[in-house]
Design a protein around this ligand. Structure first.
Ligand code: ATP
Ligand code: MG
Length: 635
């Protein structure tokens, strides 16, 4: 076991950046809508369901009235059992029931009142079930809307915004915090039911015996005060749970993703210990929440029991009759589940408040112009706004620095001529992929401009612009689905013949046919058994299928062996897959099909012109194309 420093668990007191809490006191206490109160994005999602609050409240009033009535008619029942007269001080309607039934014999009266009580309880149960079904429905719908909005937020996000944030935090919010937030919706509705029911029952208790109610109200206020203090502590503990969960998610991703390095570099013990530490942190945080919650229930029960004793004592001193006292105590007992429902909901909300804030934070990430422009879908009507196909693309003094301050490119100027294959070359970290990101409008220049013909690229929505581009990169960005679906990702309407045609051009057809189900092999299962080069060929076939005006190959064949790569480049050129093309490679042979070249060093262009004349190209390692001559692009 290697020596390691014990990690400090994330703590609610370490509040930084976005998780810092500015408690919007009263609104925050009543409605757990994060830091932005009723104007925040969660409030906007919940607003269409606002009707459910009053609906649940009305059902709560009906339930409590029925509950009160079923208890109220206990008084004549008890009075009949003890003597034949209804005690003094009993409210009018109850006295009336006793008088109506007075003409019948005692047993009939008891049966009639008993049947009345049962009917009221059945009705109450039906209304309660309707209220619970309504709450479940609303909770489900709001949860659905929250999850869809979160997914939408990521899909509409600009690349720059994506780079600025921690993707593990996004994962944690979508996979865990959104579920907790959904639960809060159910608790808010429980709170509404709890408040309404307690109010109605309180009114009935006042009506029955206001002096006893005064004692109960004083006790209720004392219990509420204790709960308030405990809840504040739970709120802080909830933040610790969220933070430790995020730490655990990060460690989990390392354990799953870094499968080979962990073994090759003998880091199994280290990763096991780090994961164990994070898991311990989650356990400690959850135990702290459980301890605080466990303390609350016995404390409340103790206070409620003490209150009952005081009520009995007062009833004796005030000379309150036994039927009235019994009805009062039964009603008070029936009110208890509602009080418990209210406090459970309050405590649940308090412990989930930090999850709610995380969801609200993610939903509230500001839309920037690039992200919102990307929301378009490249509709046919918009295509008219695009510059004509085959226009030259000019970088004019373009500068871009990454959010973390690392210099991407600075003062870059060059032109991509239509119908020409251009090689973009330079050392690692020189800025080649940054230029590709700019060209694809995944990011916008901070200075200078990119012009497509006469039109500035930043006036064209990314979605429209992307209809003109196909990109194959070094990273293997395969998606969930079959091989055919992965290739057809570029154009869903493509026929099987077209898919197989581009797969042949990308040198992928032969190995695909050897897969267990050929083109229908699901890649979610097979991806691990494909080599890096095979995956790149699928990525290349996908880019070719798009048949776009501008094809960008960013080290798209870096994992393909030299001979196969030469064959692929020859097929691409011969079958007119090259129009305007930008090829990035560290291998000289890959570039042999290009006429022009641009050399970039430390984010600046240092050479440009016909490829064969560039010093950097001449000194590059790698086989030359076997024909020895550049291949002419198609079209
Ligand atoms: N997502 C990012 N966040 C911060 N800095 C980045 C990011 N991507 C690239 N950079 C920085 O920008 C500079 C240019 O990187 P870029 O990826 O464009 O290089 P490259 O020429 O494509 O390198 P390679 O040949 O290794 O792919 C480097 O200094 C790099 O550290
Ligand atoms: Mg790169």
């Amino acid at each position: 076991m290697q020596a390691r420093a014990a990690i400090a668990c994330p703590n609610s007191r370490h509040r930084t950046g976005d998780t810092a809490i500015r408690v919007n006191k009263l609104a925050g206490w009543l409605l757990p809508l994060g830091t932005q109160g009723t104007r925040g994005p969660l409030a906007r999602i919940a607003r269409p369901y606002a009707w459910s609050g009053p609906a649940v409240a009305v059902l709560g009033v009906l339930t409590s009235l029925l509950e009160g009535a079923s208890v109220g008619i206990l008084i004549p029942l008890l009075a009949l059992l003890m003597s034949d007269s209804v005690p003094a001080g009993v409210p009018g309607p109850i006295r009336a029931i006793a008088q109506v039934t007075a003409s019948y014999d005692v047993e009939t009266r008891i049966l009639a009142i008993g049947a009345g009580i049962l009917a009221l309880i059945v009705l109450k149960g039906m209304i309660q079930a309707a209220s619970a079904a309504l709450a479940t429905h609303v909770e489900g719908r709001v949860g659905d809307d929250i999850r869809k909005s979160l997914a939408d937020r990521v899909l509409a996000m600009s690349y720059r915004t994506y780079l600025e944030h921690d993707s593990v935090r996004f994962l944690q919010i979508v996979s865990s915090d959104s579920w907790h937030t959904t639960k809060v919706v159910g608790w808010v509705l429980s709170m509404v039911t709890g408040i309404v029911s307690l109010t109605v029952m309180g009114a009935l208790l006042v009506w029955l015996e206001w002096r006893l109610f005064a004692i109960v109200a004083a006790g209720g206020i004392a219990i509420g005060g204790v709960l308030f203090v405990l809840e504040r502590r739970l709120g802080h503990l909830g933040i610790a749970v969220t933070q430790t969960n995020r730490l655990l998610a990060e460690r989990m991703i390392t354990v799953v993703n870094a499968f080979r390095p962990i073994r090759i570099f003998g880091q199994r013990d280290r990763e096991q210990a780090r994961f164990g530490d994070a898991s311990d942190c989650v356990r400690h945080a959850m135990e702290a929440v459980a301890r605080s919650t466990a303390l609350i229930i016995p404390s409340v029960e103790l206070m409620v029991s003490a209150m009952f004793v005081v009520v009995l004592l007062a009833a004796h001193r005030l000379g309150i009759s036994l039927p009235v006292l019994t009805a009062f105590l039964v009603l008070l007992t029936r009110a208890q589940p509602h009080a418990r429902e209210l406090s459970t909901a309050r405590l649940g909300i308090a412990s989930m408040r930090s999850a709610v804030r995380e969801v609200e934070w993610m939903l509230g990430i500001a839309d920037d112009s690039l992200g919102s422009a990307g929301a378009g879908t490249g509709r046919a009507a918009d295509a008219a706004n695009l510059p004509p196909e085959g226009a030259p693309i000019r970088f004019d003094d373009v500068t871009y620095a990454y959010p973390n301050g690392s210099a991407g490119v600075g003062g870059v100027s060059f032109t991509l001529q239509p119908g020409v294959a251009t090689a973009l070359i330079g050392r690692s970290g020189a800025g080649k992929s940054t230029l590709v990101n700019l060209l694809c409008r995944l990011i916008d220049p901070q200075q200078g401009a990119i012009l497509v013909g006469e039109r500035r690229l930043d006036t064209i929505s990314p979605a429209q612009w992307h209809t003109r581009i196909a990109l194959a990169g070094q990273d293997i960005e395969l998606v969930d689905g079959t091989v055919a679906e992965n290739i057809a990702y570029a154009r869903a309407s493509a026929s099987q013949e077209e898919i197989e045609g581009v797969a042949r051009a990308a040198g992928a057809d032969a190995f695909i046919r050897q897969l267990p189900q050929g083109y229908a092999t699901p890649l979610s299962l097979e991806a691990l058994s494909l080599s890096g080069g095979q995956r790149q060929r699928i990525g290349l076939a996908r880019a070719l299928l798009k048949n776009a005006d501008l094809l960008i190959l960013d080290e798209a064949t870096s994992a393909v062996d030299g001979l196969s790569e030469q064959e692929i480049m020859r097929l691409l050129a011969e079958h007119r897959h090259f129009r305007t093309v930008l090829v990035i490679s560290h291998r000289r042979s890959t570039l042999a099909a290009c006429q022009n070249g641009i050399v970039i060093e430390d984010g600046r262009i240092v050479e440009a012109g016909p490829l064969a004349g560039l010093d950097y190209y001449r000194t590059m390692a790698g086989d030359t194309h076997r024909t020895g001559e550049p291949v002419k692009p198609g079209k």
